[in-house]
Design a protein around this ligand. Sequence first.
Ligand code: PGA
Length: 229
Amino acid sequence: MDRKLIIANWKSHKSEAEALQWLEHYRQQLGAKRHHARVVLSPAFSLLPLVSSFLEDHPLPETVVGVQDISPFPAGAYTGAVSSLNLKGFAVEYALVGHSERRRYFHETHQDVANKVDQALLAGITPVVCLDRDYIEAQANALDGAALAQCVVAYEPLEAIGSGQFEPVAEVISVRDQIRQVFGEVPIIYGGSVSAANVAEYLEVLDGVLVGSASLDAVKFAELLLAGA
Ligand code: PGA
């Protein structure tokens, strides 16, 4: 992957008005400045129409739409689930799957995550499989071999998420190497308190970053992007 992947994960934050304000501020902030990353904006499902039509009307360089989850089932009688068919038309290119918050609060299993990977791939969406060091192998074992090679893997140490306690790059490198042994040559990104101050270090040794807190403010996120790429 030559462009670094910078994924903004807004989680359950933002009303429609706040999302629009973010997009406008972000666009102003970037202005004519160039960057060498591929930016993925991942809003809540309800904000997808807004974000995707904003990008259609005001294209930003190398900026695409992602989702934070996807149904493990195809379209059908699965109340409350958002299937790949429901996402059609919104130009979704990436789907986070198995974020630790999904595993923790929604009790997602490795098999659920594997099913989500399959659903994303069937729809031509790249799955970004989030995992921590203790279940790299267990998660990989649940995935189909062909699917495995088409994933992006996001290493997200639990204690680093939302805490400001980002993991030192040396440790991230050792986990990156473990992930490579299991997943092969897939793109590997890091998430956990990434900010404008530390992003460049991670991008030196990895294919991208997954950004939560520092993506919520448009100015901060633009700073992070320009610091990294
Ligand atoms: P954080 O979140 O940047 O706030 O640590 C990262 C994530 O949960 O993906």
